[in-house]
Design a protein around this ligand. Structure first.
Ligand code: NAD
Ligand code: G6P
Ligand code: MN
Length: 458
């Protein structure tokens, strides 16, 4: 049993490997391979991964660190993909260019997400093609690479038969916070219903052992004026503070800096629309003006990540090489990797466990298009997701989703066809953009910044 991690140099690789290794009995994993295009970065992550597998958890899982596609994919069972095409340097551009034009600047939402999508579509198709060429025919690609909404639409369109499941950890990060806020320890017992697009959805019910949690949660959010567990709220003043880069930032990255506003947004949205619990990402679409007001175009989330998560991790690895001592707080391990490893277990062992996945609608939400890539619950077995169908969704959510969906679909079409006009329509249609002129200004600046990565638009 072979698992290949594409984007092996990611800041999340160590955590994912830990989650895999802790589940080695169920996964029956013999070999983990790391594959990346950045040798310097992946070699350093490889040192930490080797420590996790062979010193920390003392497993006999073989580790292969490679830059060769054939070696990476041959006979692989699972491909976990988490590429960041263009790295943090381009994430910074995705965030800062729209902000300079008074628009939301975010890595997966609004113009930033569209730009990141244009960079990622073809590299992701390459991953599928290489997998088909070399891996076992029963392979599964579990893709985390963002922007997952756009990536999944491109895969559906260009490689409809690929065995790929696109996933996101935000809903489970929200459930982690809900569990902590409600003081529930066995969070796996929480059952929820949800619908939306990726980074664009709503929890419609949350239950614990059959008991409704939505109502107590509404009260909790109203009382605290933020969706944050009491444990995080102890030091309220520190919440909105700039990340300091200490170990606490690593473990609780959502409590600091720009993420604070995202959790605060849940309260603000629910004050006006209390029916469902919104995905935190909806704040970028419903509070565009406020986002621009509280943002600093010189210091965005990309800068925070480079100064904290990325720096701590690589400093920690250098320190291990020098001293032989590993400080485990330098790398994040937890829900993110657990989610992907648990999904692999469900596929491999045909458990029919329930997961939220990004998948083709095929009527699951009757009043959304048949071919829309939606995020909905599904039972996962060896043949993939069995999606749970639901009733029509309300007009407000459906209207928002259609606008976002069509913006993303136009982007994918524009990228494939090399059509400037279609991509401009995608930017113009996005809810974060106030006019076609602003859309054009942002797009033209994005084209310059993305020259090495985007297909040519005519
Ligand atoms: P990172 O930059 O630390 O890691 C990404 C790695 O991908 C880098 O080592 C880079 O060299 C590599 N890479 C880039 N292009 C590649 C290609 N064509 N082939 C192989 N490798 C390539 O970024 P990160 O912050 O650790 O995030 C990694 C990815 O995971 C991002 O796409 C991020 O958005 C995504 N992510 C998704 C979720 C989710 O909910 N879906 C959650 C967390 C992170
Ligand atoms: C959440 C989202 C991911 C996104 C990540 C960004 O986990 O689900 O899709 O990549 O946040 O986190 P960061 O710490 O890099 O801002
Ligand atoms: Mn996500």
């Amino acid at each position: 049993m072979i698992i290949t991690i594409v984007g092996g140099g990611s800041t999340f690789t160590a955590g994912i490997v830990k989650s895999i290794a802790l589940r080695r009995e169920e996964l029956e994993v013999d070999e983990i391979r790391l594959f990346d295009i950045d040798k310097e970065r992946q070699d350093r992550i490889g040192i930490l991964v080797d420590w996790i597998l062979h010193e920390d958890l003392k497993t006999d899982i073989k580790l292969v660190i490679t830059y060769d596609k054939k070696e990476a994919y041959t006979d692989a069972d699972f491909i976990f993909a988490q590429m960041r095409v263009g790295g943090y340097a381009m994430r910074e551009q995705d965030e800062k260019i729209p902000l300079r034009h008074g628009c939301v600047g975010q890595e997966t939402c609004g113009c930033g997400g569209l730009a990141y999508g244009m960079r990622t579509i073809f590299p992701m198709i390459e991953v599928i093609d290489d997998t088909e060429k070399y891996a076992k025919p029963t392979y599964w690609i579990l893709n985390y690479s963002n922007p997952a909404a756009i990536v999944s639409e491109a895969c559906r369109k260009l490689r409809p038969n690929a065995r790929i499941i696109n996933i996101c950890d935000m809903p489970i990060a929200i459930i982690d916070v809900v569990a902590a806020a409600m003081e529930i320890e066995d969070k796996k017992e929480i059952v929820y219903d949800y619908f939306g697009l990726n980074h664009f959805g709503w929890f419609t019910s949350i239950e614990y052992h059959g008991k409704d949690l939505m109502e107590p949660l509404r009260e909790y959010i109203k009382e605290h004026q933020i969706l944050m567990p009491a444990a995080y709220l102890k030091d309220k003043a520190a919440l909105a503070a700039k990340p300091t880069g200490d170990g606490d930032d690593q473990q609780n990255r959502h409590t600091k800096g720009s993420w604070y506003y995202v959790w605060k947004g849940v309260y603000e949205i629910m004050e006006l629309f209390p029916e469902y619990l919104p995905n935190t990402y909806l704040n970028y679409y419903l509070q565009q003006k406020e986002f621009v007001e509280h943002s600093n175009p010189e210091m965005t989330r990309a800068n925070e990540v480079m100064q904290t998560r990325e720096k701590n991790l690589f400093d920690g690895i250098d320190n291990y090489v020098k001293t032989g001592v590993v400080d485990e707080t330098v790398f994040y391990a937890g829900s993110h990797g657990d989610w992907i490893a648990d999904l692999a277990i469900a596929l491999k062992n045909d458990t029919k466990a329930r997961f939220l996945v990004i998948t083709e609608n095929r009527g699951a939400i009757p009043n959304m298009p048949y071919d829309a890539m939606v995020e909905v619950p599904a039972y996962i077995g060896k043949n993939g997701p069995e999606v749970i169908a639901r009733d029509n969704i309300p007009l407000f959510q459906q209207g928002l989703m259609m606008q976002q969906l069509n913006s993303e679909k136009l982007l994918v079409e524009g990228c494939i066809e090399g059509s400037y006009e279609k991509v401009l329509k995608a930017f113009t249609l996005n809810k974060t953009v106030p006019s076609m002129t602003v859309a054009k200004e942002i797009l033209d600046e994005m084209i310059e910044a993305n020259k090495p990565y985007w297909p040519e638009l005519k």
